[in-house]
Design a protein around this ligand. Structure first.
Ligand SMILES: [Zn+2]
Length: 299
């Protein structure tokens, strides 16, 4: 065995040290570069995160603005809708008013006027339309009678209802023209002298000329008017006529004329019900109040 010289050992050790040093340097370099790379990546990532954070904030802000704008638009829309609804209501109201005025303009103003000793209908006044009364309701079928066309159905309903209750009511007088009335007044004047001025012919004068007013008779009084106030028919009318729009023009103890239990005038269901409910006489109510019912007289 050859003996290893100390020099060789030294050289080997030196070689080993060089190799180890080189390895350490390589490892160090490797670690260094890796760290550098990681640091760079970290920095890039941080920057990216910051950037994303910025973008997120920006987006949130924009979303907030968009939401607020949206709310504002919604509010505006609601306000606009309210305004439109308001307009629609106003238009409806105006349309309604126009319809009422139109209806009123086509309704004969005389129909609810109060006729008195000083206020009479014009002698040329004739109702809009007259119809013949069915002879079933006439006391004397031979003498034709006429009534305002729009009152006729109310009259027929009323007389039929009375009949259904076992009460016979016949008509002895309905529409009377100025001339007929003048003749009638003449005959009363001859019979009763100046007393005729306080007699019924005067009172119903204008009301019969309207075509809305009737004189009734019933069984047991010979087709006349006298005694009508003591009949079942009169009681039936007192209890029911208002339901069909008829009122007694000159009730007992009225301040205008003598009591005329047979003389009934059509004023429309609404007004007749109002008068009945409050126990008012037509002639005692202010004309202004009465006029409120003109528009619905034939409803
Ligand atoms: Zn009469």
């Amino acid at each position: 065995m050859s003996k290893v010289s100390p020099e060789t050992v030294r050289n080997l050790l030196i070689g080993l040290i060089v190799v180890l040093s080189a390895s350490a340097a390589t490892l160090g370099y490797f670690l260094y570069t890796t760290t550098q790379t990681l640091e760079t990546t970290l920095a890039t990532t941080s920057a990216r995160i910051t950037e994303l954070e910025g973008t997120l904030l920006d987006t949130q802000e924009r979303l907030a603005i968009a939401t607020s704008t949206n709310n504002e638009l919604e509010n505006n829309l609601v306000a606009e809708k309210d305004r439109n609804d308001g307009f629609a209501d106003q238009i409806d109201k105006i349309t309604g008013t126009v319809q009422v005025l139109d209806k009123l303009s086509k309704t004969d103003k005389e129909l609810l006027q109060k006729y008195s000793k000083v206020y009479f209908l014009n002698e040329h006044y004739v109702p809009d339309s007259l119809s013949s009364i069915d002879k079933e309701w006439l006391y004397n079928e031979a003498i034709k009678k006429q009534i305002h066309t729009k009152v006729n159905p109310f009259l027929e309903d009323m007389l039929q209802a009375a009949l259904d209750d076992g009460v016979k009511i016949w008509i002895v007088s309905a529409y009377r023209s100025w001339d007929e009335q003048a003749n009638l007044k003449g005959s009363y004047s001859i019979t009763y002298g100046s007393g005729a001025n306080t007699f019924s012919a005067d009172q119903g004068y204008s009301e019969h000329q309207l075509g809305t007013t009737l004189d009734f008779t019933t069984e047991g009084i010979g087709g006349g008017l006298d005694g009508f106030g003591n009949t079942k028919a009169y009681q039936w009318l007192l209890n029911n006529a208002y339901k069909y729009g008829f009122v007694l023009s000159y009730p007992e103890n009225n301040g205008y004329y003598i009591f005329e239990p047979w003389h009934w005038r059509f004023v429309g269901e609404d007004l007749a019900k109002y008068l009945d409910k409050n126990d008012f006489n037509f002639y005692d109510v202010e004309q202004r109040k009465i006029d409120e019912y003109l528009v619905s007289i034939f409803d």
